[in-house]
Design a protein around this ligand. Structure first.
Ligand code: GLC
Length: 681
């Protein structure tokens, strides 16, 4: 419920008293900032060394202290930028280091072994054997215990990384698919217990699979103990959230903040009668009104979140999907996304976690414009380790654009314009996920190929909602904003690729094309570079699932149409080569096994998107110093296409939709909706 009425008493919330120049400390010369960090470490070490030896034993303490030397500047500099104007950075850093030491001491033996392995191979997540799988525990396997019976399925698909959708205890009723967490210290009892999670993490590890879980950093449910404590005036939670006494600041902020959920949760604040100053307040709620934004200007929030990450890492979580991170920093006059604070927070959290649990990596969920994306991977004017992984939402959006237009020019333009990522980072590439598709297409890129950004985004909404004449897609508009005309798209990959419509009308040719589109999109995601993520159900071409409409807690959010329950009958057909499921499943298996042996697909090998004379084709090349060149080709049109034969000279076809790539009359030919992976022998 959004209530815009409220009285007008005195100021509250740390934003009211924000420092006039929030970047003053960030602008200090780097050398000076590093000297301050070094001095802090020097004074800390004499006390810490014996503490570390007592807690960890001598050999482990040597490792901990070596990590401390390595990571300390990455902790101290951002902490100082974030909190230094109002808090003692040295004391805060020392406290957080001790929290990391305690977590290191509590780390179970199997996790310490993993730490050792990862310290030997710190870029493990860049390996071409990496293949991710993303699933809701209940929809995929019932419970965490039930998941053990699905591990063979994952192994068949070459999976080495399992992202289980939010599984910490959410609020009752509406909970944004689990992204409204009511307790960071417990698993959703419908799925199991923390013990079950730990056991599953162990079973996954034994099969070479890493567990990834969501960490919602931007907000908690309003039912979370931190929120309850804050409301009750418990001093431990003072300043955990932000409440404004009247509409002055909320109105000022909202003037430049775009709505995330314009149709059912417009605005970014919710009136809470019992909020902190006793007379009620406008609480910051970027997403739904029951998701209260944490006040990251408060170092106690940082310390509490660090505790949460460390506890889960000790339970066996190896990859944290850092949810909705762009929204953590708030600045008046901005869109309140991607602010410098956000990067400082991630860098400091990352460094602190590396001290205690070096096996752990972070994945940024930053679904933002291309120019804002690369910094989440540490790509700043000065490199700063931040998240090892980030979703490549540009590639995802552009794949859907290519399929609708049968034209790869926009993708070529936009992907070439992106900054390269740091060599120790990696993309998470994907075709579909649990969220809607927001058309993050830049006006600059659209103009460069002679299109208008707004008109193209409009076209894509028409096309994928099925309104566009001749569209093969069966999707639905999500969060249509009548004021701006903006909207996003819901729908499963198979339905968006045309498989649903073809099956409904019994059109064999259209079905063939739909399957080829789905395989083509995944063939790009599996070879573009990074960890490809397979979204549960896509390996079986599961279509939209409308059963969510029967559940009042879900019915209003059509993203549930592409969050299907695993269909037992479809699952049973996965080895039947004559079925749609069997065909798609076999392709996804082959993409993974072929990829595993291709060193050129190591995420550290840079990718280059090529400019071609056939606009229907996307071509990308990767060069690895050991294995040489890889070339990927994808034809998005329902007609054959071709590229200059010089591109494929000296390369063998390692996998393709239609056998060896045919070279004739100086051209290399690709069949309709065909793909090819080629590599140096
Ligand atoms: C992320 C999730 C999305 C959720 C939002 C708020 O973007 O992917 O599903 O609605 O965060 O937590």
């Amino acid at each position: 419920m959004i209530d815009r009425q409220g009285p007008a008493p005195s100021p509250a919330g740390s934003h009211a008293g924000a420092a006039p120049d929030p970047d003053a400390r960030r602008r200090r010369p780097e050398a000076e900032r590093r000297r301050a960090a070094a001095a802090c470490l020097r004074s800390l070490l004499p006390e810490l060394r014996p503490e570390a030896e007592a807690a960890l034993g001598r050999a482990e303490a040597v490792g901990f202290l070596a990590r401390l030397e390595l990571w300390f500047p990455d902790l101290h500099l951002p902490l100082d930028a974030l909190y230094g104007d109002r808090h003692d950075t040295d004391a805060l850093a020392a406290r957080l280091v001790r929290a990391a030491l305690a977590a290191a001491a509590a780390r179970p033996a199997p996790m310490r072994e993993l730490d050792r392995r990862r310290e030997v191979h710190p870029r493990w997540y860049q390996d071409p054997r990496m293949v991710g799988y993303v699933a809701y525990t209940d929809r995929f396997a019932g419970t965490l215990r039930g998941l053990h019976a699905r591990l063979d399925h994952l192994a068949e698909l070459g999976v080495t990384y399992l992202h289980l959708m939010p599984l910490l205890r959410p609020r009752e009723g509406e909970n944004d698919g689990g992204y409204a967490v009511a307790d960071y210290g417990a698993v959703d009892p419908r799925l199991g217990t923390l013990g079950d999670l730990e056991e599953l993490a162990g079973a996954l590890r034994a099969r070479g699979m890493s567990l990834c879980v969501d960490l919602v950093l931007n907000h908690t449910a309003r039912e979370h103990p931190w929120a309850r404590g804050w409301l009750a005036g418990d001093p431990r939670y003072a300043g955990f959230y932000t409440a404004f006494p009247d509409r002055t600041l909320p109105d000022a902020y909202e003037a430049t903040i775009p709505d995330v959920f314009p149709d059912r949760a417009p605005g970014s604040f919710t009136w809470v009668p019992e909020a902190r100053d006793g007379a009620g307040g406008w609480v910051w709620t970027t997403f739904w009104d029951y998701q209260w934004d944490l006040d990251h200007a408060n170092p106690e929030v940082f310390a509490a979140l660090l505790g949460t990450v460390l506890a889960l890492a000790d339970r066996g979580v190896e990859i944290f999907r850092m949810d909705a991170v762009p929204f953590m920093g708030k600045r008046l006059g901005t869109n309140c996304q991607n602010q410098p604070e956000v990067h400082d927070l991630l860098q400091a959290l990352h460094a602190a976690v590396k001290l205690a649990a070096p096996a752990t990596v972070f994945k940024a969920e930053a679904i933002v414009a291309p120019e804002d994306l690369v910094p989440y991977l540490g790509g700043h004017p000065r490199h700063r380790p931040e998240c090892e992984l980030a979703y490549h939402n540009q590639l995802m959006v552009l794949l859907w654009s290519c399929l609708a237009t049968r034209d790869a020019r926009l993708a070529v333009q936009a992907l070439r314009r992106m900054d390269p990522i740091p060599s120790d980072a990696s993309w998470a590439t994907y075709v579909r996920c649990h969220d809607d598709i927001g058309w993050a297409i830049s006006d600059v890129d659209a103009a460069a190929v002679g299109w208008t950004g707004a008109a193209h985004r409009h076209f894509l909404n028409d096309f994928y909602s099925g309104r566009y004449p001749g569209s093969f897609a069966r999707g639905a508009l999500f969060q249509e904003n009548p004021e701006t005309g903006d909207a996003r798209i819901s729908g499963s990959a198979a339905s968006l690729c045309g498989i649903e419509q073809a099956l409904d009308v019994g059109d064999g040719g259209a079905l063939e094309a739909g399957i080829r589109r789905l395989v083509l999109a995944y063939a790009v995601a599996y070879a573009y570079g990074g960890v490809p993520l397979l979204y549960m159900g896509d390996e079986l071409a599961l279509r939209n699932d409308h059963s969510y409409l029967d559940d009042p807690a879900l019915a209003a959010d059509n993203r549930w149409m592409h969050r299907p329950w695993l269909d037992a009958a479809a699952f049973a057909r996965r080895h039947d080569a004559s079925s749609v499921e069997g065909r798609v499943f076999d392709w996804l298996r082959r993409l993974a096994t072929t990829r595993a042996d291709l060193l050129a697909l190591h995420a550290g090998a840079p990718v280059e998107v090529l400019v071609l004379d056939d606009q229907r084709v996307l071509a990308w090349r990767r060069r690895h110093p050991r294995s040489g060149t890889f070339l990927g080709l994808a034809n998005f049109a329902e007609h054959p296409a071709s590229v200059d034969a010089g591109l494929v000279r000296g390369l063998d076809t390692v996998l393709s939709s239609d056998g060896q790539v045919r070279v004739q009359e100086g051209r290399a030919h690709l069949p309709a909706l065909g793909f090819a992976w080629l590599a140096e022998p």
